[in-house]
Every structure is written in structure tokens, then in C-alpha cells.
Design a protein around this ligand. Structure first.
Ligand SMILES: Nc1nc2c(ncn2[C@@H]2O[C@H](COP(=O)(O)OP(=O)(O)OP(=O)(O)O)[C@@H](O)[C@H]2O)c(=O)[nH]1
Ligand SMILES: [Mg+2]
Length: 381
């Protein structure tokens, strides 16, 4: 089974542990998402459920993660066939949780931290967790916000710069942010930060998507931000918002990145440049570039990223849609994706078809993000 490792880069207090517990809670049961997650051990399942219970009902929030505590969480993505109710594994995702101080604080423990840093280099995707509270401080022009931009964000970007894997920025505590700012305002402010802008620009030039994904582990009305920065719970029940989106974007975006690389390489190999006609269907487009079309593209991809032909075709179609057409495309696609998802669910009978169906589910989730938050895909020209 394919495994994809994801690292969330987030300073202390940014919301990594709370997010992880909330993600598991939302996806561990069957839902409209179309797939569900199973955790690798009963111990870990209990641990995450306990953290979530503490978030939901205790007066206090779970404590910060201790420096010595680095934990790996493997979730298997599973699909249940609606006809005979058999369950199939599709792929697995590994998440890392750790004390945020590890990426910002200076330390003497050089050996230990180099082993930890090695994990960044081998991850399949990096998620930069932007603390919603600190973002608000930045937009309010408070000192706390400036310190965040100069120190914490800077540290995250330094790590991201060294990676050629997909990256996204996840905004935590969106329930608090959305009371004061729109995603557009946040994006505009972030783009004013040179390091941030340069990172996005380089990624854009390479054809790799960079997203800004708002999430809330607890949803609107669960907590009120206090003047001292703490979060007072209101007694409402948590309603996690978009916590599944970062996970869902990983696979489609990895494919996009790889296809772009293949296309670029192929174009560079051609002696005479290929003139790509406008409105060319994706299959014809690939047919012009690669003798053998889609089949050839499949063979050029590493095994971990080879999917059923129609799944790959859909993914490429999305990737090659010009940015300005993506919102219209997303609106058009909603119904289509639902149909495809219902169709692929019926076909689930082994790991390969379960993976194909999961990718369809991921695309539906990703599509919804583009529709609800048109500015979530970052573009710097
Ligand atoms: N309103 C709101 N507050 C949140 C949310 N997620 C986290 N918080 C607050 O942020 C605090 C820190 O969250 P953690 O998940 O413990 O942060 P962490 O990144 O794991 O921090 P370290 O373990 O120290 O690295 C929590 O105790 C909450 O007060 C959210 O979605 N909404
Ligand atoms: Mg933590």
C-alpha cells in the first residue's frame, strides 16, 4: 500500500496537536467525505480520542507537546463498498506531531534535532501552519504579529525552501480570524512579506500549486479569544471546519507537480518547440508531447503516483486549467465530481479501485475549497 508522509510545520501554540485530534475525529467515521481513516494502533486511537474529548468537554485545552515527545501517526485511508459492505484500504498517510519549539528555538541537542530535521527532507509534503491568532495580530499591526513574521514564519519558510515537494499553508483558528478578516486580506498581507512572496513565486514558476487553506479544529462559536491571547471555551460543541482539506489536497497536488515536471522536461527535449493549440483536449495535448499519450505519462511517473488512467486524466485536466478559469471550472465540476465519486464507489473491489475512489473524493474536497475560497490558490506573477 502506498504511504505518503506529511509534516506540519508549526511553531509552539499554532494548533498542530488540536488539529490532528480534530482531523482524526472528523474522518474516523463514515461521512459524506466518501472515505474514512483508521489509525494504526488501539493505543494511538485512544490517545487521539482522549485529546479530542479534552478539547470538546474540558474547561482546559490539552497541554503543549513536550520537547522530547515526537510522535508519528499513521492513518489508513479506507473505503467501504456500498453493496457488500466490504472495506478496502486505499493508501496511508503519516503525520508527525512534535513540540513547535523544535523549529524555532535554538538547541544544544544537535544530534537529536538533525535526525528530526531529516524527517523534513524525506516527507512527501509539507504543510506550513500559520497561527490564525498571530495573523490577526499581524494585520492589527501588533508587535506579536511582527515578531511572528520575522521569526516564526521565517523559520518555516527556511525549511520549506529546501524542499522540492508540494507545500501548502494552513491557517489555523479560522473561527477567530474570520470574525475580523477575509482570506483575501490575509493573502494580501502575506504577499507583502518578501520571503513568502518569493517562495510562492518560485513554486508558481515550477507549475506547483501553493494553497492557503483556512481551517478551524473547533468551528465557529466554540471559543472566544481573550485579550491575554488565551481561548475561553463557550460550552458549544466543536464543529471542525475544513480540517480534511489539507490532507485531500496532497495527492492531487503531488500529481500535478510531477506532471508539470514531465511536461517541462519533455518540452525541453524537443528540438523544435511544440505549438500547443488553444482549446486542445488534455489527451490530445499529451498525445502531442508524448508518443503513447496518457499511457506513456503513467509509465514515467514513480509507482507511488501511478493511478488508474481516468483518475490521472481528471487530475491533469484540473492542473492544466488556467488560473482565471478555475472558479468557473470548479462550479461546473461540482456535479460532475459527485457523479464520478458515486460511480467510482460502486467499482471499489480492491486496493487499486479504493485508491481511485479516494482520489475522486479528494478532488471533490479540493474543488469545494476552490469554490468557497477562490483566492486560496496563491499566485504571484
Ligand atoms: N479558537 C481556536 N483555538 C484553537 C484552535 N486550534 C488550537 N487553538 C488554540 O491554540 C492552542 C494551542 O494548540 P495546540 O494544538 O496545542 O498547539 P501546538 O502547535 O500543538 O503547540 P506545541 O505542542 O507547543 O508545539 C490551543 O490550546 C487552543 O487554545 C482552533 O481551531 N480554534
Ligand atoms: Mg502540540
Amino acid at each position: 500500500m502506498n504511504n505518503y508522509s506529511i509534516i506540519m510545520l508549526g511553531p509552539s501554540g499554532s494548533g498542530k496537536t488540536v488539529f490532528l485530534a480534530s482531523l482524526y475525529k472528523k474522518l474516523s467515521t463514515q461521512s459524506e467525505a466518501g472515505f474514512f481513516l483508521k489509525i494504526d494502533s488501539a493505543e494511538k486511537r485512544k490517545r487521539l480520542n482522549n485529546i479530542y474529548t479534552q478539547i470538546a468537554v474540558d474547561e482546559k485545552w490539552p497541554p503543549g507537546t513536550r520537547y522530547s515527545e515526537v510522535s508519528e501517526w499513521t492513518f489508513t485511508c479506507r473505503v467501504q463498498n456500498p453493496n457488500d459492505l466490504s472495506i478496502y484500504d486505499a493508501c496511508s498517510f503519516t503525520y508527525l506531531d512534535y513540540a513547535g519549539g523544535r523549529i524555532t528555538a535554538e538547541t544544544d541537542e544537535e544530534d537529536e534535532s538533525s535526525e528530526f530535521n531529516e524527517k523534513f527532507n524525506t516527507a512527501d509534503a509539507l504543510l506550513g501552519l500559520l497561527d490564525g491568532q498571530k495573523l490577526c495580530a499581524l494585520l492589527n499591526k501588533e508587535k506579536l504579529g511582527t515578531v511572528w513574521a520575522v521569526n516564526e514564519l521565517r523559520n518555516m519558510i527556511d525549511i520549506m525552501q529546501g524542499s522540492n515537494k508540494p507545500i501548502h499553508f494552513v491557517i489555523s483558528k479560522w473561527d477567530i480570524v474570520e470574525q475580523n478578516y477575509s482570506l483575501e486580506q490575509i493573502r494580501d498581507r502575506l504577499i507583502e512579506i518578501d520571503e513568502f512572496k518569493n517562495l510562492v513565486r518560485l513554486r508558481n514558476q515550477a507549475g506547483a500549486p501553493v494553497r492557503l487553506i483556512p481551517v478551524s479544529a473547533v468551528g465557529k462559536g466554540f471559543a472566544i479569544s481573550q485579550p491575554d491571547g488565551s481561548m475561553q471555551k463557550t460550552g458549544e460543541l466543536p464543529k471542525p471546519f475544513q480540517v480534511e482539506v489539507p490532507l485531500a489536497c496532497i495527492l492531487p497536488d503531488m500529481i500535478q507537480l510531477m506532471i508539470e515536471e514531465l511536461i517541462k522536461k519533455r518540452k525541453a527535449e524537443q528540438e523544435t518547440p511544440i505549438e500547443v493549440k488553444p482549446n486542445l483536449g488534455i489527451s490530445e495535448f499529451l498525445g502531442q508531447l508524448f508518443a503513447g499519450g496518457l499511457r506513456m505519462v503513467q509509465e514515467l511517473l514513480p509507482p507511488k503516483y501511478q493511478f488508474a488512467d481516468d483518475v490521472l486524466k481528471n487530475l491533469i485536466e484540473w492542473a492544466e486549467t488556467p488560473a482565471q478559469e478555475k472558479i468557473a471550472f470548479a462550479a461546473r465540476r461540482t456535479e460532475e465530481l459527485r457523479r464520478e465519486q458515486a460511480e467510482s464507489l460502486k467499482q471499489v473491489e480492491n486496493e487499486e479501485t479504493a485508491l481511485a475512489h479516494s482520489v475522486n473524493c479528494f478532488k471533490t474536497i479540493q474543488n469545494q475549497l476552490s469554490y468557497l475560497f477562490p483566492v486560496s490558490e496563491l499566485r504571484v506573477l
